[in-house]
Design a protein around this ligand. Structure first.
Ligand code: OAD
Length: 239
């Protein structure tokens, strides 16, 4: 248990978005120069887009997967991993990010609600598998051998995010909810702060600017994640 702004905290839920990986060199979606400024998500991140032009979608995800080999976790990923290791209570980490920087930063539990760049799933046998190379419409599923049935194991617009039951259970039972580097524009993640408030949790937002749901947070710290996350973690660990 830790002391934070006059109350005891035992269970923490942390939600991260693209902003936590920005300083590692992974572009966000909606900032200037972000992914959705250069690509229309409807051409690249929907099941319909994949049926219409699978090669375009494969290329987009191949490029993002290969970019992961050129980036490293930053001080914010590492600070959260330290919080998970050293906090004298539970720290449940849920990310909207499809990169693997939390894991490489040392986090032992990461819930990827929007899937992972390093996974493909097979629409024939429904298995999910680790993906570390490029794929195209001729790639065969290593599990069942079917060709042309693999897709990036990421959640596209119009699809249900993963692990929602588990996330909602954690939110219903948390004392502190922290949202880091997320614009608050994409649901259901943008609604998590409301679940946490309903559970009586203290809510903290760390972002380089105000988000779309800033008014729902008891505390808001504007700044770069590498600074604000490290400082919150020090406070929670009583450094
Ligand atoms: P966005 O690109 O919408 O928002 C990124 C947020 O991070 C913004 O609020 C920025 O102000 C903030 N930010 C940028 N750099 C930062 C830094 N160095 N430190 C702290 N904050 C910083 O990304 P998300 O909110 O993650 O979904 O987007 C949510 C979802 O929308 C994504 O998971 C993706 C996208 O469409 C799917 O693809 C399903």
């Amino acid at each position: 248990m830790a002391h934070f702004h006059g109350r005891y905290i035992d269970r923490v839920v942390v939600l991260t978005g693209a902003g936590i990986s920005a300083e590692s060199g992974v572009p966000t979606f909606r900032d200037a120069g972000g992914l959705w400024e250069r690509h229309d998500p409807m051409d690249i991140a929907t099941p319909e887009a994949f049926s219409r032009d699978p090669e375009l979608v494969y290329r987009f995800y191949n490029e993002r997967r290969s970019q992961l080999t050129r980036v490293q976790p930053n001080a914010a990923h590492k600070a959260l991993a330290r919080l998970q290791r050293e906090f004298p209570g539970e720290v449940y980490l849920v990310t909207q990010n499809v990169d693997d920087l939390h894991e490489r930063g040392g986090s032992h539990q990461v819930c990827h609600m929007h899937g992972e760049l390093l996974a493909m799933s097979c629409t024939a046998c429904e298995r999910s598998m680790r993906a570390e190379r490029d794929y195209d419409g001729r790639s065969a599923c290593p599990a069942c051998g079917a060709r042309g049935k693999l897709r990036p194991d990421v959640v596209w617009f119009g699809e249900m995010p993963y692990h929602m039951d588990q996330i909602e259970t954690r939110l219903a039972d948390c004392d502190l909810f922290v949202a880091i580097g997320t614009s608050g524009l994409v649901y259901p993640a943008a609604g998590f702060v409301r679940h946490a408030l309903a559970a009586g949790a203290t809510t903290v937002e760390l972002n380089s600017q105000l988000s779309d749901v800033t008014e729902l947070f008891h505390h808001q710290h504007q700044g770069l994640a590498t600074t604000t996350v490290a400082s919150l973690v020090r406070e929670l660990l009583g450094d």
